[in-house]
Ligand binder design. Structure first.
Ligand SMILES: Cc1cc2nc3c(=O)[nH]c(=O)nc-3n(C[C@H](O)[C@H](O)[C@H](O)COP(=O)(O)O)c2cc1C
Length: 196
């Protein structure tokens, strides 16, 4: 009763949504990915730095190059998912900052002149955006299978450059018949929340 989001949307985004390990053959279109991004880009980041970058792995040749860097248990699902995305953090996000933060363009030089500071900030904020992205995939009626079981140094060399740190690989599609295992328990409010 305390939530204003309608119950069907709550189910779609959270209660009924599961991490998918298998998918139907239905393709994920460019229009769907664009609609997802155009929704989740509004999720907040520090100084509006928006450091998430998304590499869509569409061609069979690129998929093969990615699969060889996935952990054994992740390879088959990455090979067969309708679409796979590599989510990375842009450590040079400050170049776009004056455009993204027009009311305070000095932030670029004041706060982000040093690379180690940018790396730390990009990691946190791109991870936040990755979470928004997963929820956005669900909002499109699709399922996401995020994975960190991979050789990220290999993925960086194969697909990115020294300025982009890969964070996770996400399989995307309509979930297949095989739901995997039952939903695992979550920590309760009382176990997690401390009020001081
Ligand atoms: C950042 C991240 C990394 C994950 N890495 C893997 C992975 O490498 N392999 C895997 O099978 N599942 C992976 N998962 C899936 C989680 O185990 C799954 O989301 C979690 O158990 C919740 O499952 P549920 O959404 O079905 O409740 C990952 C999930 C996240 C968010």
């Amino acid at each position: 009763m305390s939530l204003v989001l309608d119950s069907a949307a709550q189910d779609l985004l959270f209660r009924e949504a599961r991490t998918a390990n298998s998918f139907s053959d239905e393709p994920v279109t460019e229009e769907q990915v664009q609609a997802i991004y155009d929704l989740v880009k509004f999720g907040p980041t520090a100084f509006n730095q928006t450091p998430l970058r998304i590499t869509l792995v569409r061609s069979p040749e690129a998929r093969e190059r990615l699969v060889k860097h996935m952990a054994e248990g992740n390879a088959a699902k990455t090979a067969t998912a309708p679409l796979v995305a590599i989510l990375s953090a842009d450590n040079e996000f400050h170049e776009e900052l004056p455009q993204l933060l027009p009311h305070f363009p000095q932030a670029k030089d004041l706060f982000f002149a040093e690379r180690p500071v940018r790396e730390q900030s990009a990691l946190l904020n791109a991870a936040l955006q990755a979470a928004y992205f997963i929820v956005g995939v669900r909002a499109a009626g699709l399922a996401a299978g995020p994975m960190t079981g991979a050789d990220f140094a290999g993925i960086q060399k194969e697909f990115l450059d020294a300025d982009h740190t890969p964070l996770m690989v996400v399989n995307i599609g309509k979930p297949g018949e095989d739901a995997g295992f039952p939903r695992s328990p979550r920590l309760s409010f009382d176990e997690v929340v401390t009020t001081v």
